[in-house]
Design a binder for this molecule. Structure first.
Ligand code: TRP
Length: 337
């Protein structure tokens, strides 16, 4: 296990974890867990880039940890921890920021999208620096692979550029990480059930298009029943509308089935039947996660112990990287340290 390639990934503890997160990220992490030495992080510092309610943030952080485990992350096999518990993340982010040209950050499309929505005057510089903190997350652990969705590809490329620039300017320090996108048939990009042109997302205006992993089961079924299709009457596999294609893609990701199976199961069937079949599979995936989640949250002491162990293990590696970085830069080691 010590020689296994290192994987790092994380999610923000804001909003409700949903089917898109499960099929696009969490499940691929779980399926490949045994192949790697893994770090799975709850990136609470990233959540602070936009205003948060403190009580809600704390609750959501615990909820996300419990959902990671409920979905199959094994906290013994993988290091599971909360970003703010390991202060090296903030520390390295500052240093990397000093090696990151503004122009690189100004080109990040996610920042441009997010800061266009609100006004520039009110956008935090934290949002601007978000990708630098993400680079610190990744580089602290000598990460080889970062399993993320397509939307994070540009951030990964930036991480690689920052690491290369640092290595070039002050000497070989960081491992250059590779993105791992779309493995385990998990290119699964799940779209909103109501606006199938946009990703299923916690920032969408209404939650009718979003299947949260903790939604009551009858609500899950109702949301699938109301999913947008089109005015046709049955599934046309040759040219499905965006809504129908999304339902088929969700089914494919949930079952791992081949396109032949999709064809024999769905070609020509009515939309009502299609929605029911997809809902059945989604519920079969979500129900056991909810059961396990309830067990875990009933026992806060165990969850705390897992987080303590995770942070201790992470800190050990992070501290090593930080001293290498400090040495390279001429930052004095603390006396007695
Ligand atoms: N930016 C990522 C997202 O929104 C979350 C994240 C933060 C992350 N740090 C990371 C993902 C490090 C992978 C590795 O999905």
């Amino acid at each position: 296990m010590t020689d296994s390639p290192i994987v790092f990934s994380g999610m923000q503890p804001s909003g409700d974890l949903h089917l898109g997160n499960l099929l696009g990220a969490l499940r691929p992490w779980v399926l490949e867990q045994h192949l790697f030495h893994n770090y799975f992080c709850v990136v609470d510092l990233h959540a602070l880039t936009v205003p948060q309610d403190p009580l809600l943030l704390a609750a959501k952080s615990r909820e996300l940890v419990a959902l990671y485990i409920a979905a199959g992350i094994d906290p013994v096999r993988s290091t599971l921890f909360v970003q703010s518990h390991v202060h090296e993340h903030s520390e390295l982010a500052w240093i990397l920021g000093c090696f990151t040209p503004m122009g690189w950050l100004e080109r990040m499309t996610q920042y441009k999208d997010k800061s266009r929505k609100s006004e520039r005057e009110r956008t935090s510089s934290g949002l601007f620096n978000y990708p630098v903190l993400m680079a610190a997350d990744i580089l602290l652990y000598k990460t080889n692979f970062v399993p993320v969705g397509e939307d994070q590809r540009q951030h990964l490329e930036l991480t690689r550029n920052i690491a290369n620039r640092f290595n070039g300017l002050v000497g070989e320090t960081f491992v250059i990480p590779e993105p791992r996108i779309g493995h385990m048939g998990a290119g699964a990009k799940v779209m909103s059930l109501q606006e199938p042109g946009t990703k299923m997302s916690k920032s969408a205006e209404s939650d009718a298009g979003l299947i949260a992993l903790l939604d009551p089961i009858d609500q899950v079924r109702a949301k699938f029943r109301r999913a947008k299709t089109d005015s046709g009457t049955g599934v046309d596999l040759e040219s499905p509308s965006a809504g129908v294609a999304n339902l088929l893609e969700i089914y494919r990701a949930l079952t791992g089935c081949t396109s032949d199976t999709l064809r024999s199961e769905f070609d020509g069937i009515g939309y009502g039947q299609l929605k029911d079949k997809v809902a059945d599979r989604a519920i079969a995936a979500i129900e056991p996660i909810q059961a396990r989640y309830r067990e875990l949250t009933a026992d806060p002491a165990t969850l705390d112990a897992i987080l303590r162990r995770g942070a201790d293990a992470a800190r050990e590696v992070a501290a090593e990287t930080m001293s290498a970085v400090q040495g390279r830069l001429g930052l004095l080691p603390a006396a007695g340290g």
